[in-house]
Design a protein around this ligand. Structure first.
Ligand SMILES: [Zn+2]
Ligand SMILES: [Zn+2]
Length: 740
């Protein structure tokens, strides 16, 4: 079906040669293996004609051998079956054994419940799997605690239920398995909150005598072992070789800039109707619901058959009918926000179009994985936007297709966060001093001084007036939470920093693919009031930061520069905000918000001998340009958003006394990013250098140096100097010149 497609496209009247290059990711043949599984499961697999893939057999064997495991094979490789089989087998062998499944989102837990119910029925088991969260009707709660042997929940709910552990004694004392699915959601500050929560869970389980093994499942990442170790505090066997056999993937790199007369939206609509018109069932991913609807609408006007649009927040019946239509082929194309990226079962399609790079290779390949049926070839079209990350992957297909994945960072060193979880743990069960690390003992002493803990013969117990579990929020560290509401609906919670930055009055705010406008931000009351709207512009706050270095942790000296990491104090002022339409600033508005001062981790690059080959008038523009490029490329190495990092450049930093670029974790207390980038700094500098050097512009453009978020409106920037600095940073003195 895909053969001759490019030729057909070239004969289309609207095509202007946008396919800049193509690439092939070769397919692979399936690799099967056998594993020891008990009779009812063996029979069920035979009935369904399923032969186990090697990675599935590996998970089963690892579990049988008493090991924890992390599986990171791609979308649609049968990960769910890989962990369900050994867990259900364990529950079959021991009639009292129970399992806990943790999902980041309620919708995913509900999907998983359907699969478990089906498998339970097919294998004739009595497990009564059930979801248990804020939506569970009161009338079912007691029954679930009494009879269910598999409970599915989410971290927020678990955090609330742990103090009531005695009600869960049956399950906890017979807990045989903990499944943590879609584990890549647990990263950054949220990830470390979940990590502390899991340690609390394991402590309670241990108290009841349960001996669970853990299986984590995640999208492909660069560091499965260290990630698992950080998240669950135990070593897990990594299973990452996909044995499922895949079809070849043909990739088109589509350059929308080739036709300046038509918007990206309208080009994608034409492409979508071209593909679906040839019987190629296609899914198209966009960032916002507004653009998803626009593309679907405009493709239908082009005469494309049966195009649907899909977003988060659909009613279950709407969703099911769409999923059904996609599976039986009555719907030929769908334009979706990232809501369809994970979990939901729509079967394989023939082609996927990625409108804009979704921020990480992890997401990009989850989206791409939606296309592909068995070993048949499938098509992927990447349509970049005009920003550094998109254009980098557009012009570096090997990086896009390669096996590189981002690292997931779980920062566990925040004293305030740790203290919060320590208080919760003491509220759950007394904390004997002997169980604590020296660091925790110090934190416990601090909590005692605040009157939150008391030392008793049984250990530390919680003595606070408010419930410990209300003081600790899993979403942030500061303990202050701002609630974002639309009418009487709570959309999300955020810390005051994010609120100032992204939810200032007048801001256009994106929440799960929907756009809102902020009417009011009340920091004292902890409230953001928004209303739904469809503006044709977006906004960005203009901020300026000053960075004071508090402590140095490590210094790497190089020939002409020093790379350092440590603790800093950031003072951030809000200058105003910009409204941007079609990538052009339409207006700048003033903002009246208090200064924000926070401590965080940072890395900085100092040039102690100065940068003598740059003239003084170009120095700041060169440093500033290099700073932008480094920040823009950070998401290639560590799973993050460029907005998670802040930057400051100074021709003469007052504390260092030399030209300096500072990159800092844009979150109070730090998010672990600076440390991760410090370790991979060579690669970061190399990518940033390649990006800027290879960009055809002369002065810097949105694809290389310009940042829509720059607090100083991208002034000054000097591209030749930025290239010079990045070249210097990318050159690792340990590596001989010839190798590069
Ligand atoms: Zn450029
Ligand atoms: Zn800037």
């Amino acid at each position: 079906m895909l053969d001759g497609l490019v030729g057909d496209l070239e004969r289309s009247a609207w095509y202007r040669g946008q396919i800049a290059h193509t690439a092939n990711r070769p397919g692979s043949t399936a690799q099967h293996a056998t594993a020891t599984i008990s009779a009812p499961f063996r029979d069920e697999l035979d009935r369904r004609g399923i032969e186990l893939y090697r990675h599935q057999a590996d998970v089963i064997e690892a579990f049988r051998n008493g090991k924890d495991a992390i599986i990171t094979t791609p979308t649609a490789s049968g990960k769910t079956l890989a962990f369900n089989l050994p867990v259900l087998a364990a529950l079959h062998d021991d009639p009292k054994a129970c399992a806990l499944y943790l999902y980041p989102l309620k919708a995913l837990a509900n999907d998983q419940l359907q699969k478990l119910v089906a498998l339970e029925a097919a294998c004739d088991l009595q497990l009564a799997p059930a979801t248990y969260d804020g939506d569970t009707p009161t009338s079912s709660r007691a029954r679930i605690k009494r009879t269910s042997r598999i409970v599915l929940t989410n971290p927020h709910a678990l955090h609330q239920y742990l103090p009531w552990h005695h009600q869960w004694a049956r399950i906890l004392s017979h807990l045989r398995a903990v499944v943590i699915d879609e584990a890549h959601h647990y990263r950054g500050v949220y990830g470390s909150n979940v990590a502390f929560l899991l340690r609390r869970l394991f402590r309670i389980v241990d108290h009841y005598g349960g001996k669970p093994q853990v299986i984590l499942s995640s999208a492909s990442i660069a560091n499965p072992e260290t990630f698992a170790r950080a998240l669950i505090g135990r070593d897990a066997t990594s299973i990452n070789e996909d044995g499922s056999g895949r079809g070849e993937k043909r990739v088109w790199f589509w350059d929308p800039l080739v036709d300046p007369t038509r918007s990206v939206t309208s080009q994608v609509a034409s492409l979508l109707s071209f593909l679906t018109g040839r019987g190629i069932q296609t899914i198209c991913f966009t960032r916002t619901r507004a653009s998803a609807e626009l593309i679907a609408q405009s493709a239908s006007q082009d005469g494309a058959p049966e195009i649907a649009s899909y977003r988060a927040g659909y009613l279950p019946e709407e969703r099911r009918s769409l999923e059904h239509g996609l599976r039986d082929g009555t719907i030929r194309g769908v334009v979706s926000t990232t809501a369809l990226e994970a979990g939901i079962d729509i079967g394989g399609l023939d082609a996927a179009i990625l409108v804009g790079f979704p921020g990480s290779l992890l997401s990009a390949w989850q989206q791409a994985g939606r296309a592909g049926r068995g070993t048949a070839p499938s098509l992927l079209v990447f349509v970049p936007f005009e920003n550094p990350l998109d254009r980098y992957f557009f012009s570096h297909p090997d990086d896009f297709l390669g096996r590189t994945r981002e690292r997931l960072v779980v920062p566990l060193g925040h004293p305030r966060q740790q203290a919060g979880h320590l208080a919760c743990a003491a509220a759950e069960l007394p904390l004997p001093e002997a169980e604590l690390t020296p660091e925790e003992t110090e934190l416990a002493a601090g909590l005692c001084a605040q009157g939150l803990l008391a030392s008793t013969p049984r250990g530390y117990v919680y003595r606070g007036l408010r419930r410990a579990h209300e003081i600790v929020s899993l979403d942030d560290l500061s303990g202050e939470t701002i609630r974002m509401v639309c009418g009487d609906r709570l959309l999300e919670t955020m810390d005051p920093v994010r609120a100032r930055r992204d939810a200032f009055p007048g801001a256009v705010y994106l929440h799960r693919g929907e756009t809102y406008i902020v009417d009011r931000l009340d920091l004292d009351e902890g409230l953001v009031v928004v209303r739904k709207d469809k503006p044709d512009y977006y906004t960005t706050s203009l901020r300026a930061s000053e960075v004071e270095i508090l402590a140095r942790e490590e210094i790497q000296s190089h020939a002409h520069h020093a790379l350092e990491i440590g603790r800093v104090r950031v003072t951030e002022s809000f200058l105003g905000y910009k409204t941007i339409h079609a990538d052009r600033t339409v207006a700048v508005h003033p903002l009246d918000l208090p200064l924000h001062i926070f401590e965080t981790d940072a890395l900085w690059i100092a040039f102690p001998e100065g940068l003598t080959d740059l003239t003084p008038e170009h120095l700041l523009g060169s440093l500033h340009g290099a700073e932008h490029a480094l920040i823009a490329m950070a998401p290639i190495l560590v799973l993050c958003d460029a907005t998670d990092l802040g930057g400051v450049s100074a021709p003469l930093h007052p504390q260092i006394g030399a030209p300096t670029i500072v990159l800092f974790d844009d979150a109070s207390e730090g998010s672990g990013l600076s440390f991760a980038l410090f370790e991979a700094f060579d690669r970061l500098a190399e990518r940033a250098h390649t990006l800027v050097r290879d960009c055809p512009c002369t002065l810097g453009c949105p694809s290389c140096l310009l940042s829509p978020r720059c607090g100083s409106q991208n002034e000054p920037l000097y591209k030749p100097g930025a290239i010079r600095i990045l070249e210097l940073l990318a050159r690792n003195p340990e590596t001989p010149e010839a190798v590069r």
